[in-house]
Ligand binder design. Structure first.
Ligand code: NAD
Ligand code: TYD
Length: 351
């Protein structure tokens, strides 16, 4: 493959994927296509911006004409599609924005890719990066496998599920070569502080309340973002066409236990008395349609491609917290401007 376009490469996971591909594949031209929404930030990939095999394309995937033009101009051999609206709480407030980017945007990419290569798909690949949230919610037992039926509950997960269906439909109907992965919750450097871990790190630094939804007994399966980037690299290069792979951390945590662990580590790092940050925990109104539990069975990718997480949760969390503490400027810049408006709207008592 000579030219690869990575969409959403200025976002959290995308930036780690772009960095990995640019550094590992100097003979491949990597194009980072991103609209730079509130979640996209070129600072996230500043270290590779001058590499000769890297090009940034500012474009919106909801604009079919622009996407067609870019595919026509650059003739991308491979697509890694990560651009999305990605936050559940925002999807509850503005579902249509999620349909536009996650469904229509994905359609535009599929159509552009198909138009370009329909006469000969040989050696081409469309890789759609998705989430475990499409499977809905687990009870106390069980794991999501690749065979679990889709049962999305939030506008975010419904929009991702719809996009997954279209990718498979293009594979079946037009013979388009695709791979698809459904991954559990990521955490790590450059995570936008609207999601649980970075939001709470930022609030602990600033002695602000830690808004735990409901009773805090909701469970997520956390994966260090660099391990996700390794899995994406592996699936893109070695995954089988028309296959889905689940990716997960084998690392389930109830929110409240995770928040308490975060408080303990941060008290130590910030030189605060033990128990200081835990006092910031505030139980707030639950998220509507809140999924109780996500947990991934990652046996397939482990057995077939040899992938497993490389860092323990303790190591990953330590690296993440250190990164945030050492990158206060980044945190300040992403929490200025519109962030404050979002925060007040999402967490004001009278919402
Ligand atoms: P993010 O919100 O941090 O970044 C999204 C990126 O997409 C941003 O750079 C943004 O500017 C860009 N973007 C948004 N709308 C766009 C548009 N219309 N046109 C072009 N670019 C646009 O998201 P993330 O957390 O890095 O997630 C990346 C992908 O991985 C998403 O598809 C998400 O569904 C999936 N995923 C995320 C997680 C997670 O825990 N964060 C887990 C599993 C799967
Ligand atoms: P989040 O990081 O938004 O990821 P997702 O909902 O996509 O899994 O949330 C992780 C968990 O933390 C989820 O159960 C909701 C909960 N949560 C809170 O309790 N308070 C918060 O302020 C946020 C953002 C999330």
């Amino acid at each position: 493959m000579k030219k690869i376009v990575i969409t959403g490469g200025a976002g959290f996971i995308g930036s780690h994927v772009v960095r990995r591909f640019v550094n590992r594949y100097p003979d491949v031209q990597i194009y980072n296509l991103d609209a730079l929404t509130y979640a996209g930030n070129l600072e996230n990939i500043k270290d590779i911006q001058d590499m000769p095999n890297y090009t940034f394309l500012k474009a919106d995937i909801t604009d079919a004409d622009v996407i067609n033009e870019l595919f026509d101009k650059y003739k991308f051999d491979g697509v890694l599609h990560l651009a999305a609206e990605s936050h559940v709480d925002r999807s509850i407030k503005d579902p249509l924005a999620f349909v536009k980017t996650n469904v229509i945007g994905t359609m535009n990419l599929l159509n552009a890719f198909k138009a370009l290569w329909k006469d000969n798909f040989e050696g081409k690949r469309f890789y759609h990066i998705s989430t475990d949230e499409v499977y809905g919610s687990l009870g106390a037992e069980g794991l999501f496998t690749e065979e679990t039926s889709y049962d999305p509950n939030s506008p975010y997960s419904a929009s991702k599920a719809a996009s997954d269906h279209f990718v498979r439909a293009y594979g079946e109907t037009y013979g388009m070569p695709y791979v698809l992965t459904n991954c559990s919750n990521n955490y790590g450097p450059y995570h936008f502080p609207e999601k649980l871990i970075p939001l709470f790190i930022n609030n602990i630094i600033n002695n602000k309340p830690l808004p735990v939804y409901g009773d805090g007994k909701y469970t997520r399966d956390w994966l260090f973002v660099e391990d996700h980037a390794v899995a994406i690299d592996l699936v893109f290069h070695e995954g089988k066409n028309h296959e889905t792979y689940n990716i997960g951390g084998f690392n389930e945590w109830q929110n409240i236990d995770l928040v308490k662990l975060l408080c303990t580590i941060m008290d130590k790092k910030l030189g605060r008395d033990e128990g200081t940050s835990e006092k910031l925990i505030t139980y707030v109104t639950d998220r509507p349609g809140h999924d109780l539990r996500y947990a991934i069975d990652a046996t397939k990718i482990n057995k077939e491609l040899g992938w497993k997480p490389s860092v323990t949760f303790e190591q990953g969390l330590e690296r993440t917290i250190d990164w945030f503490l050492n990158n206060q400027e980044w945190l300040d810049s992403v929490t200025s401007g519109d962030y404050q408006k979002y925060y007040d709207n999402q967490y004001s008592v009278s919402k």
